[in-house]
Design a protein around this ligand. Sequence first.
Ligand SMILES: NC(=O)c1ccc[n+]([C@@H]2O[C@H](COP(=O)([O-])OP(=O)(O)OC[C@H]3O[C@@H](n4cnc5c(N)ncnc54)[C@H](O)[C@@H]3O)[C@@H](O)[C@H]2O)c1
Length: 446
Amino acid sequence: MNLCVIGTGYVGLVSGVCFAELGNKVICIDIDEEKINKLNNDIMPIYEKNLKEICSKNRKLGNIEFTTDLNYGVKNSDIIFIAVGTPSLPSGKADLSAVETVAKNIARFINGYKIIVNKSTVPVGTQKWVTQVIKQNQIEKHDFDVVSNPEFLREGTAVYDTMNTDRVIVGSDSQKAASIMIELHKPFNAPIEVMSPESAEMVKYAANAFLATKISFINEIANICEKAGADVSKVAKGIGLDNRISHKFLRAGIGFGGACFPKDTNAIVKIAEELGCNFKVVKSVIEANQIQKLRAIDKLIHALTDIKGKTIGILGLSFKPGTDDLREAPSIDIISKIQELGGKIKAYDPIAIENAREVLKDIEYCNNPYDTVKDTDAVILATEWDEFEKIDLEKIKGLVKNPVFIDGRNVFDYENMTKLGFKYYCIGKIDAEFEGLKMKERYFSK
Ligand SMILES: NC(=O)c1ccc[n+]([C@@H]2O[C@H](COP(=O)([O-])OP(=O)(O)OC[C@H]3O[C@@H](n4cnc5c(N)ncnc54)[C@H](O)[C@@H]3O)[C@@H](O)[C@H]2O)c1
């Protein structure tokens, strides 16, 4: 089929490349000329595993092309995907200005029946609104349908997720559009659920709100475990074996970040409010996550008492492993707080350093974990990259000035870390802080 994908970010680029890989002809559009130039020279503007290889191959085969020319994209395709950003407004609502601009521009160039598919995460009612925007701005009158088709890929595994999606949601009132969408998605071999646009739009927010709830739930259980002397990884295993719960999204840590969970949880609270509902559970999830992001700071203060003038090494900056994305990453909150308290930062990330330089200033960026920890007063592991799991801990111990290690992602083992001589803190397990509490209890019980 002939497709146009507008917005070549994490969602648009990966979707476009995967549709091309399945034999469709895809025109990818972006307003960012630099991005399009890069893509036309086989340079990926984002990091995603296998993306470059599949993209280059399909560009050479003529299955995918990149341009800023929306007119060309719309006129030469039957299905047009909108995959532009919908960031949070200060109120928490989703900013639909990019979707509106794109809808108006599509309207100007429609030259025959088109299906306009909204892949961006948008509030309930957006499909109807986009339909109106297009109708009002059409120059030539042609039939079209607007379909809601929320995206569920995860950054870090976006290509794999797209090719192996566990479901396709098609929100459409038009049988014609729904059957073309079913045809397009058949090669993915996944269940395809057709429903109303409103339900489809709700599926996306409900899914993200539920997953964020699962993360905050296990993080709060972790905080209780620390006080109770329990081990959250064992608790997570114990509850995850119940197939009604499952083990996924039960890894305790220093909170969720990224381009989706923070903005989508805020947006669904706003959507609920506008409909006269109070989404109390998700409000608590948002609050719990804000607190959780600073758990590492609590532990740092416990270990060092005063952060002023101290040097802290940060291992990992992206909001999760496998991506160069720093949007809403816990590392940003942690670093800002340390700087506010007068601490100095050395930092390393295997992929995200270039993006980090744009948002995190006054940092000594290092080329590897060992240079990062050298002469530091404490180390915080903020992202669980594979590289850190294989790190030479004895070498790390020999390089630091003070052996305080705060493992925000529970990568290491308490016994091994203490045996190596670290003052080891982690999330939801026995750690140096808990040992400290036990000692206090012993002291008071005498
Ligand atoms: N990133 C994810 O993991 C993910 C997963 C599922 C859904 N989503 C949703 O998908 C949407 C896109 O997210 P993303 O992470 O890919 O965003 P992104 O910021 O990575 O990419 C958006 C792209 O749209 C381009 N753009 C903006 N305005 C444009 C215009 N008028 N014309 C053409 N291009 C324009 C930008 O230049 C940018 O390249 C959002 O609504 C997001 O919530 C994201």
